[in-house]
Design a protein around this ligand. Sequence first.
Ligand SMILES: NC(=O)c1ccc[n+]([C@@H]2O[C@H](COP(=O)([O-])OP(=O)(O)OC[C@H]3O[C@@H](n4cnc5c(N)ncnc54)[C@H](O)[C@@H]3O)[C@@H](O)[C@H]2O)c1
Length: 242
Amino acid sequence: MTGPVVLITGGASGIGAATARRFRRRGGSVVIADRDTIRGTAVAEEVGGLFVATDVGEPADNTRAVEATFDTFGRLDDVVLNAGVPGRCGLHDFTVEDYRDTMRTNLDGVVYGLHACLPRMRRQGHGSIVVLASIAGLGGSPDLFYATGKHALVGLVRSAVLSPAAHGIRINALCPGLVDTPALAEHRRALRAHGLRLADPGAIAAAVETVLTDPGTGGVWTVQDGQPAAPVPPPEVRLASG
Ligand SMILES: NC(=O)c1ccc[n+]([C@@H]2O[C@H](COP(=O)([O-])OP(=O)(O)OC[C@H]3O[C@@H](n4cnc5c(N)ncnc54)[C@H](O)[C@@H]3O)[C@@H](O)[C@H]2O)c1
């Protein structure tokens, strides 16, 4: 086994599945951690990898996925914290249940994923992690709590690299624009009618690889249809001093 070992949350569909296929083509070993057992098993079989039934909103599930990776492949080189859902409500139709359901996948799931993989990666002495945020995490969006969670992921990545828990491990965020995946299927036609461009999931998988292999850490990158992945300059905000 020469290629990298990668764990992909939400790897049963869309960007995660495209990333699994890309790693397989490059000789990598793939672990799919997803709550969709049927599609997750199918993608894992297709790429000759391992499927671990995982709800990223459950801390123990994240730990189990990481442990299963080490048990099967002996190491974990790359992690793609990709599982995500559209927002279930806004302020106009707010319910605590829908709000929490959005946040438990899009934000808690990434926190639990980092918490599960960082100690094991630090012990092995290397590792690279990409968090799938969104361009909605850099600006405003009508999908209010989706955007809120994605903004939080940008802050989480910029701050997590300052933690001793991340020493020696690279963590970066990737913020795609619109991508043609099942998550957007019902809006595809309307988005295109508004002149908006949807990227192919394979192009986002290529961007994931670019960010995973970049030597930097704490970076926030964007990728949009027809444009390569590029880092976003951090905002110039400093604590007052002197
Ligand atoms: N499609 C886009 O336009 C777009 C744009 C920017 C960012 N993103 C982000 O990219 C990521 C992947 O999106 P996609 O478009 O490929 O979506 P998708 O719906 O095609 O795939 C998401 C996967 O996540 C899994 N998942 C959802 N909740 C889960 C949970 N609690 N535990 C485990 N697995 C869970 C689903 O089963 C599915 O396999 C998401 O984080 C999304 O927010 C997507």
